[in-house]
Design a protein around this ligand. Structure first.
Ligand code: AMP
Ligand code: ZN
Ligand code: ZN
Length: 322
């Protein structure tokens, strides 16, 4: 078992379980649709007006738009209402945006040009800055869902930015982990310790380290750690942001080259807007290769059938052409 220092939860690595028999066919990761794509150039009318547009030579390269089906909406501040002894409510106020990070319908994170990868981080940084100036938004979660198995509903490359009126549990756990760690910063220390052995490194340079975390709860899980110590993503230097964008592109390119077009989720973790304690922003990539079953649901303890050392070795071994 290994302790995830970011969540305080145990994971267990059991490679032999990869050999167990299965009666079920391998899942397909295709999204099929005959509808016109609302995110393609020429169909801008299908979405609400853009909040932000990046362009080059008159054509847009990235658009941020309000989500037409928002999960969080409105500027009400967070107030808990007890409707009875066991029915507790709060308004789902906040912001829900979509960022379309390429005009190319068939692009994905792994195929982005350097400029597009850097632009994506620039756009996120600007949106997070905007959210931090919004009174009722306490924390903003940016994500990318790639592939149906990872929850994507539209195949055009895009992500979502959700400004929440509260700080979610996963982030509270990470805040606690940073506060609890006695040896400086958990992630600065992780980057150094992993560079020292190299076992779990997928890619690294002066600005960023990509690892299969020691405590990976699922096969091929990846963590992108900017080497500049900064709690809030929008306060990161331009070079740290750019390096993280390129690392995200490269990390997904390694995944794609090693395993094919697997579904994955990306989570951009940054300190809650008003947070003043220790934190270090980072990016998680969670490939969707296994399903969380009863034990994981019941206990929160992950059983990982691919050791992160083996995963890193496989990912390092493939050639990616940027
Ligand atoms: P995902 O489900 O991760 O693929 O993200 C797609 C998001 O786009 C969903 O949250 C939808 O609510 C949102 N969405 C779908 N159609 C539109 C549209 N025409 N304009 C804006 N947002 C949309
Ligand atoms: Zn499209
Ligand atoms: Zn995190």
């Amino acid at each position: 078992m290994r302790l995830n220092l970011l969540t305080g939860r145990w994971v267990t690595i059991v490679e032999s379980r990869a050999e167990r028999p299965s009666d079920f066919a391998v899942r397909q990761n295709v999204i099929e649709s005959s509808r016109p794509c609302p995110f393609c150039p020429g169909n801008e009318e299908a979405t609400p007006p853009a909040l932000e547009t990046f362009d080059a030579g008159g054509d847009w390269t990235l658009r941020v738009i309000p989500n037409l089906y928002p999960a969080f909406e409105g500027d009400e501040s967070f107030a808990v209402r007890n409707l009875g002894p066991v029915h507790v409510q709060a308004e789902a106020s906040g912001i829900h945006e979509v960022f379309v990070y390429s005009p190319d319908h068939s692009a994905a994170l792994n195929t982005l040009s350097d400029e597009a990868a850097v632009r994506l981080m620039d756009a996120l940084s600007r949106r997070l800055e905007d959210h931090s100036d919004t009174d009722n938004v306490r924390y903003t979660q940016a994500i990318v869902n790639h592939g149906r198995e990872a929850g994507a509903s539209l195949s055009h490359p895009h992500g979502q930015i959700l400004g929440l009126p509260f700080v979610p549990g996963e982030i509270i756990e990470e805040e606690r982990a940073f506060a609890r760690f006695a040896g400086g910063c958990v992630l600065c220390t992780t980057a150094e310790a992993e560079l020292a052995t190299g076992h779990r490194i997928v890619a690294a340079n002066d600005d960023v380290v990509v690892v299969c975390p020691y405590w990976s709860g699922a096969p091929y899980e990846l963590l992108i750690i900017p080497r500049e110590h900064q709690s809030h993503l929008p306060r990161a230097s331009d070079s740290a942001l750019a390096a993280a964008g390129l690392a995200l592109r490269d990390a997904t390119a390694h995944l794609n080259a090693a395993l094919g077009d697997v579904a994955y989720n990306v989570g951009f973790h940054t300190a809650p807007h008003q947070h003043r304690g220790p934190y270090h922003w980072h990016i998680h990539v969670w490939p969707n290769l296994v399903t969380q079953a009863g034990f994981e649901r019941g206990t929160g303890v992950m059983i990982n059938i691919v050791a992160p050392e083996a995963a890193a070795e496989t990912l390092r071994a493939v050639k990616v052409t940027a």
